[in-house]
Design a protein around this ligand. Structure first.
Ligand SMILES: *Cc1c(COP(=O)(O)O)cnc(C)c1O
Length: 450
């Protein structure tokens, strides 16, 4: 067997030895441009050779500090020991049978973990898929067949994927929807409690936004036409918006009172990312269905819908599934990732990352008024950038310039937000505190140079 050179054993240091991207990455980028479709973009076109802990090494020998985790996926780090061990053993045993043809234990074991870890002590069942979007699509299928209703309610700034149905569920047009319509019908969008931009202020936002959303649902759709309400307990691509307190419980209660399936899309916020197994635990929400993906399997493609047994069992045999859904290697990786989360207490690590980041960012906000808002939980932290803190006019140019400056210094950061003015930080939960602080030093220097 070839020796593993990445993963946790990779030297945990930032090292910038060429321009970023360097000459070898530029060469590969030229090859890529000739054969890879232009619609598939890259935040930072440095070509990876190894990654692990809190760093990504590239073909030119640079080592970047990773504040992205491949978009909240490698929460346990790249090539985490337990993920490699279990997935490697599974690869050697068998790679695929199709669970719908002849089943295997790993799939069942992942569903057992999901039943145990997701909120609520009711009987739960799961179905496994390949991607987040596929999980969300299936949650809608299950909610519709269960309720015998069709309408689906989603929220401003929500993101749920790039397939046809999930494009309809996603709020932002560019780049996700532009030119790709027509979109799936019976999707309705209502306001979310975006505290920072709520006209009457963040204190009033939760109850007021909930009242508006519920009013629109009852007046424009009719509550008894609604199959599902789908919300991210912390909105991801839309700008790491934490719905103001009181909003989620009110919406969940409304769903319960009206026989609507309440779906928490925890694809980005789940699996220790926010310092809890699932972000909806923060306000004690017990969703009817919960969608997971990203952090679940340490980088292998896996997604799930988990929920109340009686809802999950509404779909007839053969109605759910897919050729690869719950692939045995991905299931083995998920069991390794969950083992790592438990053994390393990654919820505690995420909380510590929040403490360090929020402390440093608050000090930066004193000096740099372009930081309008600092928000998020655990290792899902963001800053919203504005031209003037009084008007809160969005400053996407600042977000782009800061990201560029960080990249040049060897710190990978991502942007997000409906207005493109949010810098988001999603470090692996296993990142060392030295690297975390070094990354924050780079961000601070980037602000100083803005
Ligand atoms: C990423 C994401 C999705 C889509 O997942 P894919 O695996 O990219 O299909 C759906 N919902 C949320 C909240 C996400 O962050």
């Amino acid at each position: 067997m070839t020796e593993l050179t990445g993963g946790p054993s990779l030297p945990q240091e930032r090292r910038v030895v060429t321009a970023i991207p360097g000459p070898k990455s530029l060469e590969l980028q030229a090859r890529r441009s000739a054969v890879v479709a232009a619609g598939v973009g890259s935040t930072l076109p440095v070509f990876t050779t190894r990654a692990g802990g809190g760093v990504i090494e590239d073909v030119d020998g640079n080592s970047l500090i990773d504040f992205g985790s491949g978009i909240a996926v490698t929460s346990v780090g790249n090539s985490a020991e337990a993920v490699v061990r279990r997935a490697t053993a599974q690869l050697a045993d068998f790679t695929h049978t199709c669970f719908m043809v002849t089943p295997y234990e790993g799939y069942v074991a992942v569903c057992e973990q999901l039943a145990e870890l997701t909120p609520g002590d009711h009987a739960k069942k799961s179905a496994l898929f390949n991607s987040g979007a596929e999980a969300v699509e299936n949650a809608v299928k299950i909610a519709r067949v269960h309720t015998k209703r069709q309408a689906v309610v989603v929220f401003d700034h929500g993101y749920h994927g790039r397939t046809n149905l999930t494009m309809a569920l996603t709020a932002k047009n560019m780049p996700y929807k532009q030119g790709f319509g027509p979109f799936a019908p019976e999707v309705y969008r209502v306001p979310v409690a975006y505290g920072y931009r709520w006209p009457t202020g963040p204190e009033n936002c939760g109850p007021e936004a909930a009242a508006q959303a519920i009013d629109q649902i009852t007046k424009q759709i009719g509550a008894d036409n609604v199959a599902a309400i789908i919300i991210e307990p912390v909105l991801g691509e839309g700008g790491f918006i934490e719905p103001a307190k009181g909003f989620l419980p009110r919406i969940a209660q409304f769903a319960k009172d009206n026989g609507i399936v309440f779906v928490a899309d925890e694809i980005q916020s789940g699996f220790c990312r926010t310092g809890q197994w699932f972000a909806c635990e923060d306000e004690g929400i017990v969703p009817d269905l919960i969608t997971t993906a990203k952090g679940i399997a340490g980088g292998l493609p896996l997604a799930a819908v988990t929920g109340r047994a009686e809802i999950m069992d509404s779909a007839h045999p053969g109605g759910l599934g897919g050729t690869y859904g719950g692939n045995p290697v991905a299931c083995a990786a998920a069991l390794g990732a969950i083992e790592t989360m438990r053994e390393m207490d990654l919820n505690a690590k995420a909380k510590r990352i929040e403490e360090v980041m929020k402390g440093r960012l608050a000090a930066m906000q004193e000096k740099f008024p372009v930081i309008g808002d600092i928000r998020g939980r655990g290792a899902m932290i963001a800053i919203e950038l504005v031209k003037d803190p009084a008007t809160k006019e969005a400053h996407p140019e600042a977000a782009a310039a800061l990201a560029k400056a960080c990249h040049a210094e060897g710190l990978l950061v991502l942007t997000c937000g409906t207005y493109g003015n949010v810098l988001r930080f999603l470090p692996p939960l296993v990142i060392g505190e030295d690297l975390l602080n070094e990354g924050l030093d780079i961000i601070e220097a980037a602000f100083a140079g803005l």
